[in-house]
Design a protein around this ligand. Structure first.
Ligand code: HSE
Length: 404
């Protein structure tokens, strides 16, 4: 029996412990010795939990117990998760994590530490929760030249945008419901301002390129500026609005990465990922289009990915499972040169200024809930820089959103 410890007995950590009990038979199918959770580290006591007798508060007990071979780091946040993970790997203890913040900030360093100590650092659950996407990118797609990865990577914002679209609700109303249902945090900033999705696309684009895409370098916009009025036009254009994380290789090999809300056509497969579901759309030069779809968050879906990593570490005890992600920083291509169409919603009296700034290529669009004081257009394909220049100084612009 391989002994493991779980750091953090929150939603994901408690799911890991439960799943290891529930699926022990299938775990033994892959790893006959079986896996046992010896310790659960948390600041809190859990007197009503069937696992209360395994709860400890001192990390050193885990670190100094030679029986512990694998740790599940399901604490979230950078500290103390970074110090705990690093010290475990330095002792040859493998670490499996759902912590996208830590992986995006210190992934290559922790991978290097694992390789130096014949153990592994695994992070399938850090992107897309229960959706297998990291392992397919590293293994099944290892010989593809991946030209783009576009994902709906945040369930909270996808839930908010779906309800705004389908039920004609405001951002504030849907955020409150998402908080009541436990999807959105009390402080929803990391989700609604796009930081969570940005960390996830930083991880995916690093794996796509094998280098480090720093999430601080990625242009990042959230959904808090998207209004009920925008969805009136989106519906009429047969589109939804989705927060996308996207990484795209240009013909010269340079890479653009961005997190922002986009208008997405109902014909695109990504449109079908609604509510809390996530989807990752990948294009490879040989395999063509692929889409991975599933639950991007939640107790058992995320635990499923963590436990699959644990079993992989158990099968490979004493060896490092290599991940092709170097710490060489990838400079991103100039985001102002990205070319696409833009939707603009403006006060009715801005019509003439818009037509003169953007030219006759502007296509007028209408809302399913028209407002007399407003006009809206979709531009021809143009660069971000050209859009910014044309839009500068037009005071009546109420919103603009990129088209995917
Ligand atoms: N806050 C995240 C989401 C949780 O809403 O998708 C999973 O990373």
């Amino acid at each position: 029996m391989v002994q493991i410890a779980v750091l953090g007995f929150g939603t994901v950590g408690s799911g890991v412990v439960e799943l290891i009990d529930k699926n022990q038979a299938s775990i033994r199918g892959r790893f006959p010795e079986g896996i046992h959770v010896k310790y659960i580290l948390d600041l809190r006591e859990f007197p009503d939990s069937p696992y209360h007798d395994r709860v400890i508060h001192d990390y050193n007990i885990i670190l100094n117990d030679p029986e512990i071979r694998i740790i599940c780091e399901t604490m979230g946040g950078k500290n103390p998760a970074y110090a705990f993970s690093k010290s475990a790997l330095e002792k040859g203890i493998s670490v499996c994590t759902s912590n996208k913040e830590l992986v995006a900030a210190h992934g290559p360093e922790l991978l290097r530490t694992a390789a130096a100590h014949n153990c592994s650092y695994m992070f399938e659950a850090s992107v897309g929760g229960g959706i297998p996407v990291i392992r397919p990118l590293l293994n099944a797609l290892s010989q593809e030249y991946i030209t783009s990865i576009v994902g709906i990577l945040n369930g909270t914002t996808n839930y908010i945008m779906t309800r705004m679209e389908k039920e004609n609700m405001t951002f504030e109303e849907t955020l409150r419901i998402a908080q009541e249902k436990g999807y959105a945090e009390r402080n929803p900033e990391a989700d609604v301002e796009g930081h969570d999705a940005c960390r996830k696309i930083a991880i995916l684009s690093s794996l796509m390129t094998g280098k480090t895409v720093r999430y601080e370098d990625i242009p990042c916009e959230g959904i808090s500026r998207i209004t009920k009025a925008d969805f009136g036009y989106a519906r009429n254009m047969q589109m939804g609005i989705k927060l996308l994380g996207m990484a795209h290789r240009n013909e010269d090999g340079s890479v653009n990465v961005r997190t922002a809300p986009f208008l997405v056509s109902r014909d695109h497969p990504l449109y079908s990922a609604t509510g809390v579901f996530n989807a990752v759309f990948v294009h490879g030069n040989c395999v063509d289009d692929l889409m991975f779809y599933g639950r991007g968050a939640g107790k058992l879906p995320t635990a499923s990915a963590v436990v699959a990593d644990v079993v992989d570490c158990a099968v490979n005890l004493g060896r490092n499972v290599d991940v092709a992600w170097s710490d060489e920083v990838l400079p991103l291509a100039d985001s102002s040169k990205e070319v696409r169409r833009f939707f603009i919603r403006a006060a009715a009296d801005a019509r003439d200024s818009l037509l003169s700034a953007f030219g006759s290529d502007l296509e007028e669009v209408s809302s399913d809930t028209p407002a007399a004081d407003e006009c809206a257009f979709v531009t021809a394909a143009m660069s971000e820089a050209a859009f910014d220049e044309a839009a500068a100084g037009i005071s009546g612009i109420r919103t603009w959103i990129r088209l995917f």
